[in-house]
Design a protein around this ligand. Structure first.
Ligand SMILES: Cc1cc2nc3c(=O)[nH]c(=O)nc-3n(C[C@H](O)[C@H](O)[C@H](O)COP(=O)(O)O)c2cc1C
Length: 224
């Protein structure tokens, strides 16, 4: 077994193989694997049972790098991610941790501006400090829904700068360095102008409302 190991925890509640966080995290993990690291992927939705939780704690303890890739839920981390983070923090503060482990966080959100992820990234940084991880940096990405759960290669040129930013991050992490600021600058590049994204998003909502037969009710205010 290689001494270098990276563990990815996917923070989405979406089924395996369908989420944007998994697509982003897997892309980074593939770059780390190309650089010689062993890799393992775990999902928060599957770490609720005690044996799965033990598997997560052991995987993190045995890793050189712990990667969290998660969606933003209501401007913060999803409950299942918070729950896993609390378990990991309790474990790592109660028992002597076997080795230095780096922690890097990737947070994607639905709105086009990546800045919505800043609070969640700060929560991740504090989690790293309180749990004895070496903070290797965090990256925020907006308009995550444009990925549609596909692999980043499949999405193509629209998200070229996301792939470039993750490439830069992987290169630094493989060299044992934190994610450089230039990586966030690449992820911050809007894939489409935010006004166009809003128009396309509105069309999506209107289509969904028509499918569900609620088009005429969008202006309703039942609680007023
Ligand atoms: C319950 C819930 C809350 C969300 N809250 C936010 C939010 O506060 N801001 C935002 O920009 N996107 C929000 N989103 C959108 C997700 O962050 C976005 O769709 C993300 O790409 C989903 O990633 P996934 O496919 O890995 O689950 C929310 C989605 C859900 C389901």
């Amino acid at each position: 077994m290689s001494a270098r190991r990276a563990v990815l925890l996917v923070g989405s509640a979406r089924p395996r193989g369908t989420g944007n966080s998994e697509a982003i995290g897997s892309y980074l993990l593939e770059r780390l694997a190309e650089g010689g690291m062993d890799t393992e992927v775990l999902h928060v939705s599957r770490t609720q049972r005690p044996e799965k939780e033990r598997q997560l704690l052991q995987a993190v303890d045995g890793a050189e790098l712990f990667v969290l890739s998660t969606p933003l839920y209501v401007d913060a981390l999803p409950y299942l991610v918070t729950r896993s983070a609390e378990r990991i923090a309790a474990h790592r503060t109660a028992t002597p941790v076997p080795s230095a482990v780096g922690f890097v966080a990737l947070v994607n959100c639905g709105f086009p501006e990546w800045e919505h992820t800043k609070t969640a990234l700060e929560i991740c940084r504090v989690f790293a400090r309180q749990s004895g991880f070496a903070w290797m940096g965090g990256l925020g990405y907006g308009a995550g829904e444009a990925i549609g759960g596909r692999s980043l290669e499949e999405v193509g040129g629209l998200i070229r700068s996301l792939r470039q930013g993750l490439d830069v991050a992987a290169e630094a992490l493989l060299a044992g360095r934190p994610v450089p600021e230039g990586a966030q600058a690449l992820l911050a590049r809007p894939m489409v102008p935010s006004r166009l994204y809003t128009v396309l998003g509105s069309i999506g909502w209107l289509r969904a409302a028509r499918r569900k037969g609620t088009l005429g009710k969008l202006g309703d205010r039942p609680l007023e």
